[in-house]
Design a protein around this ligand. Structure first.
Ligand code: BGC
Length: 251
């Protein structure tokens, strides 16, 4: 089965049809810039454009959002327009697209994909996926089951929001050397490891493609195994489609 996955990020909105049995994209993804301001109407316009460009896919659409999402409603929006807070995104997108839309937190979606098809496959116990992008997101799994909407990117580290020290955006903005940024990421993971004692930590986000530049520093700072995501920046899209598939299956 092929379903459309859409990944809303603080800087880009991506979409692609996904083969949900194989866990891969069946066409090259389309990426458009996140509009500024990133209001619901502006974002829906971009999503519509992406959806229309993949005219062949039908059925439910899975959409990720970079904030807490409960029952389709957005509860936080650290890197998006505040108009999203309290907004029923699932109902809104369904109406705008004319087909069912399922909305899930972006890190949770990436985690679902990594657990099914990537670095977390077959791993029991506590697995944490940390996405490092415009913000820092987290997904926690216990024996393969997602504990949704964890927000460890906003954990306090050195008196600051972890995201404001260790996101990839901060690395770029402050032009941090990979080693220096790696230490910041390592501090966040050390704190997480102290609090949750996970069995595995997976690093996701586009930066996971460059893991060799910073992961050795992180690994030297913590005892828990830390590995890069295998689906890299496709994980969010694949996870979004998996969520849509869940709704298709139960419909
Ligand atoms: C948000 C999370 C999100 C993460 C990555 C954070 O600022 O609070 O919900 O998963 O950014 O986009």
């Amino acid at each position: 089965m092929q379903l459309l996955g859409i990944d809303i990020g603080g800087s880009g909105i991506k979409g692609a049809p996904v083969n949900i049995a194989a866990g891969n994209l069946v066409a090259e993804r389309l990426r458009l810039a996140t509009p500024s301001p990133s209001t619901p109407d502006a974002v829906a316009g971009v999503i519509r454009q992406i959806t229309e460009s993949f005219g062949t896919t039908s059925g439910p659409v899975g959409i990720t959002f970079p904030g807490v999402v409960k029952h389709g409603r957005i509860l936080t929006a650290a890197n998006m327009d505040p108009a999203w807070i309290g907004f029923d995104a699932a109902t809104f997108f369904s109406a705008k697209l004319g087909r069912p839309a399922l909305v899930i937190n972006d890190a949770d979606a990436a985690g679902l994909a990594e657990m099914r098809f990537g670095a977390g496959r077959g791993i029991g116990g506590t697995v944490i996926l940390l996405t490092l992008g415009t913000g820092v997101g987290s997904a926690v799994f216990l024996d393969g089951q997602l504990v949704p909407n964890t927000e460890f990117g906003h954990m306090e580290v050195r008196g600051k929001d972890a995201e404001t020290r260790a996101s990839d955006r901060v690395r770029e903005e402050k032009d941090l050397a990979w080693e220096q940024w790696g230490e910041r990421v390592g501090e966040v993971i050390a704190r997480l490891a102290f609090l949750l004692n996970p069995d595995l930590v997976i690093i996701g986000g586009g930066v996971s493609r460059k893991a060799e530049k910073f992961l050795p520093v992180v690994q030297g700072m913590v005892k828990v195994p830390v590995v890069p995501a295998q689906l890299q920046n496709q994980a969010g899209l694949i996870g979004a489609a998996l969520v849509a598939a869940g709704s298709a299956a139960s419909a």
